[in-house]
Design a protein around this ligand. Structure first.
Ligand SMILES: CC(C)(COP(=O)(O)OP(=O)(O)OC[C@H]1O[C@@H](n2cnc3c(N)ncnc32)[C@H](O)[C@@H]1OP(=O)(O)O)[C@@H](O)C(=O)NCCC(=O)NCCS
Length: 374
């Protein structure tokens, strides 16, 4: 059988979905029909998570019940503390997070893709424990005590509180909510496709999410935000931008934070993130970071006709929240857990094993030569 190859699966629709619409031509993004700009401006991460999972915005009572359910999972499992205490100090947070989620799958022994109600519990556990685990990873890695979450706090508030061991300002909680919402979902991106492929075998949710984290880590996907920060730090001053970019392009390097498989115009998340980055740039250092980023944008558009993606402006905002660069891709995962879980549910509702084909270009019918004669 001969099939046309779509390298990188470009333009191939592999399923019907009602979770997210990415309009790459007009630069629009909708979660369950709601524009991303309204959600980032007005909603909380819990509200958007409910929307992605259930398909509708929650009523006040539904949101309270959902948030209360999440709070029952606000703790760090003992097995995880032991694991974190024994992890090599030099291990990277994304690798620790991936292993930690895999470990959660060992702790939760009833874990199975076949049980609908159990799956909903697993998803709530994952969404609630992601920030708790991530803050614990960071603190343990730096020899600090783990700060237990506060039941009265939201996910955004709790994460910042547990990370820094002090109550965050309302402004920082709002910025963090917006960052989580903007990263929560994006259709059939690489990590989501991985999660759907894994669950399509009727494996389990922890395996799907563990693999999705592995996929997100790559510099062509979520790993780009850490590289954007490092690029800005290497450039140092706005005057250096043009020469840095020119030299990198001459070496045929990819400039992180630019280009996208689907968007042929500006990624709408970049538009909102640029605004947020501007609103939090309140020190000379942050203003310089922002100026360098904007200059990169102007040069990339002029020289390569490439637009910014979601990863260009998030580093300036994470930096303003006093989050270390080694956590930036984990922060992406913290939002994306909602989208992964919504896709896992959708895949399970109408599952068929994901199994594409290759176009074989190797040889056939070769004569086997015994080892001693080769
Ligand atoms: C996101 C990305 C992987 C999409 O890749 P893709 O759809 O496969 O696009 P291609 O790799 O086919 O790129 C098309 C062309 O644009 C160029 N290009 C794309 N993104 C580029 C970038 N960030 N810097 C420099 N050139 C870039 C490619 O070199 C290629 O040029 P060519 O045709 O002359 O070889 C790619 O744009 C990229 O590597 N961006 C940087 C990493 C990043 O920010 N990732 C986060 C994405 S949200």
């Amino acid at each position: 059988m001969s099939s046309k190859v779509a390298k990188g699966l470009e333009g191939v629709a592999v399923a019907e979905s009602s979770i997210c619409s990415v309009d790459g031509i007009r630069g629009r993004l909708y979660y369950r029909g709601y524009s991303i700009s309204d959600l980032a401006k007005y909603a909380t991460f819990e509200e958007v998570t409910y929307l992605l999972l259930e398909g509708l915005l929650p009523s006040k009572d539904e949101l309270k019940k959902f948030s209360d359910d999440l709070k029952t999972f606000y703790y760090v499992p003992t097995e995880l503390k032991t694991f974190l205490a024994n992890i090599p100090k030099e291990a990277l947070p994304m690798d620790i997070l991936r292993s930690a989620i895999s470990l959660l799958g060992c702790i939760d022994r009833q874990n199975s893709a076949y049980d609908y109600e159990k799956n909903r519990q697993t998803i709530k556990r994952l969404i609630a424990q992601f920030p708790v685990i991530l803050a614990a990873i960071w603190r343990m890695k730096h020899g600090q005590e783990i700060i237990p979450p506060k039941k009265e706090y939201s996910i955004s508030q709790n994460f910042l509180y547990m990370l820094h061991n002090k109550p965050p300002s309302d402004t920082n909680v709002k910025v963090n909510d917006a960052l989580l919402i903007l990263h929560a979902e994006h259709g059939f991106n690489a990590s989501t496709f991985v999660a759907r492929s894994i669950i399509s075998t009727m494996s389990d949710i922890y395996s799907a999410v563990t693999s999705a984290i592995g996929s997100l880590k790559g510099p062509l996907h979520g790993g780009a935000n850490q590289n954007v920060y490092r690029l800005i730090q290497n450039i140092k001053t706005p005057n250096n931008v043009e020469i840095f970019v020119d030299e990198a392009l001459a070496r045929k390097e990819r400039i992180p934070g630019f280009g996208h498989r689907v968007y042929k115009t500006e990624d709408p998340r970049a538009t909102i993130l640029r605004e947020i980055a501007g609103s939090v740039a309140d020190t000379p250092e942050k203003k310089i970071m922002l100026e360098i980023t904007k200059k990169c944008e102007e040069i990339m558009l002029r020289k390569k006709k490439l637009y910014p993606n979601v990863d260009l402006y998030s580093p300036t905002s994470y930096y303003s929240l006093s989050i270390d660069v080694d956590l930036y891709t984990c922060m992406f995962a913290l939002g994306r857990i909602s989208g992964w879980c919504a896709h896992i549910i959708e895949q399970l509702k109408d599952n068929r094993l994901i199994r594409p084909v290759e176009q074989y270009i190797g040889k056939l019918d070769l004569t086997y030569i015994p080892l001693e004669k080769r």
